[in-house]
Design a binder for this molecule. Sequence first.
Ligand code: KIV
Ligand code: ZN
Length: 529
Amino acid sequence: MTTSTTSAATPAASRDSNRVIIFDTTLRDGEQSPGASMNLEEKLRIALTLEEMGVDVIEAGFPIASNGDFEAVREIAKVVRDSTVAGLSRASKADIDRAAEALAPAPRKRIHTFISTSALHMKYKLQMEPEAVVARIAESVAYARNLVDDVEWSAEDGSRTDPDFLCRCVETAIKAGATTINIPDTVGYAVPAEYGALIRMLIERVPNSDKAIFSVHCHNDLGLAVANSLAGVAHGARQVECTINGLGERAGNAALEEIVMALRTRHDAMPYTNGIKTEHITRASRLVSTITGFVVQPNKAIVGANAFAHESGIHQDGMLKNAQTYEIMTPESVGLNRSSLVMGKHSGRAAFRAKLKELGYEEMGDNALNDAFKRFKDLADRKKEVFDEDIVALVDDEVGRQFERVQFVSLQVVAGSKGPQHAVLEVVVDGKPMPPVVSFGNGPVDAVFNAIKQAFPHEARLQLYQVHAVTAGTDAQAEVTVRLEENGKTVNGQGADADTLVASARAYLHALNKLLTKRQKTAPVAMSA
Ligand code: KIV
Ligand code: ZN
């Protein structure tokens, strides 16, 4: 395929026909996973991390979906300079106007508009005749193109669409001004040979296909999202839509880290380039996991805790003789560094700051840094070795907490077999220290959560309570995730501490504070793509 295009997002791609554009949709499709909702500050942190990592296009949200989504896209559009910021819209003027308004501050912006094209979706979901869908494609793309130069059009359920009809839709979209054509495998039904052939067929049969970049967007219902995406690239697609850790609707989207590392490691078999600095992968993965509370499975490719661990004697022996015996890529290539700075209780503020820099936390404000340093010193007093993972957990736990309405001060818990288990909790509410509350419960965690309810009465219901150890050892820090639900809204909170119960209280308060922020915002339209 020749990749001549007018897209503002793709200057490198238009010069190099083998350059693959990486389009990250963690903040849009990823956020659509049940329980993965993120607040504004968290979305900004992820967007800046993606930009630093070299992502070409960041899909920041679906502006008409809610005021929160609109605000997030707008704030991201204000701060992201190098990546193109995309906003999703259905094929209606109201959606497109809202997306354009949210994207206005971005130096590089893209409106991503979509409509279903499969017979099933047109009949049951849209209740529209095929001719009306074609007309709507022409109208919506032309309307978006009047507002911005860079317009992406997606054929929802594209992989299950009649090929002749899909060709007509694609041709119409390009004629109306679409610069990127995305063919989603919305329900994760395709298999690689078939999906690759579909992309090839479109490029060969659609008369104006050379005026646009073709894009793949694959869901993972059959575990084939990455394989399908790579098949699409092999057959001419030059944009891959993906998410960090494969986050996304149902079984998720194609994982960015797997796509990028497959392209890097097997450049011999897949001679395509991209702009991702792969050394940022581990940090981005941890950030998304911490913010969403979606723990990465240990054996997950590239970013799982065991992805570079060699346990068996035979493998360890081979590794010692030559790492390439069992390692096809180095841990360093994905940012898993063997640390140059070892931290302990004698480390001072300057060393702590240097360590944060090494771990990629350059943007921390002075107050957050001071609080994190204090907690690091406490941890170092209690724990023999402080690993990088401990510092990452602690810092992620600290960022943004200074602005929370209900803040943790202290906790004492009576636990054990004799009972009654009870918790004594002190919090600060809206800057005012509250008297300690004492609460009983069916076990220590229940007592802690009851104490929070007593200190700050609320109706939210607990949906998930999850603990995982940050490192090995009985003195490891616990990282706790709590999911709360109130009036159909779910939020995740995280807390880290060497004491599991303190981590639990911090995680619960984190989620509660997110709900309090959400309450202040109204959502005019609730929907999903
Ligand atoms: O999976 C899908 O079809 C989508 C589109 C809205 C691009 O996410
Ligand atoms: Zn999708």
